[in-house]
Design a protein around this ligand. Structure first.
Ligand SMILES: Cc1cc2nc3c(=O)[nH]c(=O)nc-3n(C[C@H](O)[C@H](O)[C@H](O)COP(=O)(O)OP(=O)(O)OC[C@H]3O[C@@H](n4cnc5c(N)ncnc54)[C@H](O)[C@@H]3O)c2cc1C
Length: 505
């Protein structure tokens, strides 16, 4: 079967939902870019090229979503991503209305050997979803979520944000593992693994993926599942965007809520070391229904940081209270906000703390147990930040609780290898004045360097430095198998703006 016939038959066989609506068509008509001449662009390998006016026109005509060029009024808004540090200028942006647009965009990139960036929710902290001079394939118009409550499955378009997936699922008292901030993109989060409040009970977001529709580097639309293209199915569960562009995801759902036991306990920072050491022990043996994340915040201008524990218990209420009472008994919190709340409310409760457009930098690493020496370092470094950081900086230490069902899967069963991790440790700073960027990044790097010896690997979704030794630590023992997959599905490394596995053919 030739490629076009294959694509048509795939699309006819149930993928039609990924096509755009008349609304998308109207949006396309409104924002048609005027193509007045040839365009300079950057190739896959960083060379310079020129796209002819005729080729761009033909590409534009092939899309149902708008093609945004630099002189379009929507260009700056469309190229902007969550991290305000990132300021890149693609030669063109294809706002994809559905899988057909993605196929045409990948084929256009292939014919012109263009550098490609793929944008889902745009929350890559290192700004991997936008590029300088290449083609940005923007999936953000592909936002839809459907739920089959009987089969307990959800299907979403690749531009869908976590909040929409949770909202659609909770309508039926169901949920799957997502992340902790509802404006994050489901695509990037899931492809890298997906740590969230339900992971200890139901596994990673990626562990709940039943199937994906994916456009390969050669522009073919394929299904990857336990039955079809099993090698790709293995790779997309942790391997990021290395093997193709996912146009839709299908997830398993579970009964959750709609009310869960949730909230913050805040402690004097002078209690931080004791409370964290107590937490370190508790977190190893906690039941799977209980997730306790740590947030240490040094707000702008504050003299002392704040220690908060964020509880989420999705099981029996009395059992949840009994577990949380252990913390109350150990050390009385200054503020105790733990109470029954709607799961949906919980899932967006941290949204306002990480607004888009602020200048962000982060470093992170995965840990096994939270060693007492690591606790001492973390608390001391954050105390320093409170004394020294400029008034515009908020420095957060976030320790996400892993383990439980995440560890039920063997490291080689999916591309995500960190089944032994018990905590995801992250330092994230955000500030508004670019004059402070150098000093803030330096503080963060120095602070992280003292924690690094306690880490056992890197979560690809939090990486900012994607040099090859780091990428190997992100994929650990699965790296060589990923290279084989890359050789098969993307031998030219078209999809390189990610925690990149480099092909060897
Ligand atoms: C505020 C905030 C909160 C976060 N909280 C969590 C959390 O609780 N748990 C957690 O695990 N992570 C969390 N993260 C990290 C998050 O998982 C990553 O930033 C993730 O990459 C975001 O996905 P996205 O689609 O929004 O990103 P994008 O920037 O759009 O994409 C990220 C990467 O994935 C690729 N990509 C995106 N869509 C596709 C696709 N459809 N097909 C192929 N490749 C694609 C991109 O090319 C890029 O390399 C958080 C990040 C932020 C900024």
């Amino acid at each position: 079967m030739d490629r076009r016939a294959f694509n048509r038959s795939m699309l006819g066989a149930g993928l039609a939902a990924t096509f755009g609506t008349s609304g998308a068509l109207a949006a396309a008509a409104e924002s048609l870019s005027k193509i007045t001449g040839d365009l300079p662009a950057i190739t896959r390998t960083g060379g310079e090229t020129t796209l002819s006016r005729a080729a761009i026109k033909e590409f534009q005509a092939s899309l149902r979503g708008p093609l945004i060029l630099p002189d379009n009024a929507a260009y700056d808004k469309t190229r902007a991503v969550w991290n305000g540090m990132i300021d890149k200028h693609p030669a063109l942006i294809a706002r994809c209305a559905g899988a057909a647009d993605v196929i045409n965009a990948v084929q256009f990139a292939g014919s012109n050997d263009l550098l490609v960036a793929v944008r889902g929710g745009g929350h890559s902290i290192s700004g991997k979803s936008v590029c300088e001079g290449g083609l940005m394939i923007d999936l953000s118009p592909m936002q839809w979520a459907t739920v089959n409550p009987e089969l307990r499955r959800a299907r979403i378009g690749a531009g869908t944000l976590l909040g929409e997936l949770d909202h659609a699922s909770q309508q039926f008292g169901l949920a799957t593992t997502t992340g902790t901030v509802s404006h994050t993109g489901a695509a990037g989060l899931t492809l890298g693994g997906g740590h969230g409040r339900l992971a200890r009970r139901f596994g990673l977001a990626a562990d709940n993926v039943r199937s994906v529709d994916l456009v390969t580097a050669s522009g073919e639309l394929v299904v990857a599942s336990a039955r079809e293209n099993q090698d790709l199915y293995w790779g997309v569960r942790g391997g990021g965007g290395n093997f193709g562009i996912v146009t839709s995801f299908e997830y398993d759902l579970h009964e959750v809520g709609p009310t869960v036991l949730n909230g913050l306990m805040m402690y004097q920072f002078s209690d931080a070391k004791d409370v964290l050491k107590f937490y370190a022990e508790f977190s190893q043996t906690a039941p799977r229904e209980m997730t306790v994340d740590v947030i240490m915040l040094s707000p702008p201008g504050a003299r002392s940081p704040i220690l908060m524990l964020s509880f989420c218990h999705t099981g029996d209420f009395d059992e949840g209270q009994r577990l949380i009472d252990q913390f109350r008994a150990f050390r009385k919190p200054r503020v105790d906000q733990v109470s029954p709340k709607s799961y949906l409310e919980v899932q967006s409760s941290a949204d306002a703390n990480t607004p888009a457009g602020v200048l962000y930098y982060n470093k992170s690493g995965l840990m096994g147990e939270l060693a007492p020496e690591a606790v001492d370092e973390i608390v001391d470094r954050l105390s320093e930040a409170a004394g020294q950081a400029d008034p515009g900086v908020a420095s957060n230490v976030i320790i996400q609780h892993l383990g439980g069902a995440v560890g039920d899967v063997a490291p080689g069963d999916t591309a995500y290898p960190h089944r032994d991790a018990r905590h995801d440790f992250l330092i994230l700073s955000g500030w508004k004045n670019p004059d402070f960027s150098e000093q803030n990044i330096k503080w963060l790097r120095d602070a992280y360097a003292t924690i690094d010896p306690y880490t056992i690997g890197f979560y690809s979704n939090h990486m900012v430095d994607s040099d090859q030794p780091k990428v190997r630590l992100a994929y650990r023992g699965n790296y060589d198998r990923m290279v084989q997959l890359k050789n098969k599905y993307d031998p030219q490394n078209r999809f390189r703006l990610n925690a990149n596995v480099q092909p060897t053919v």
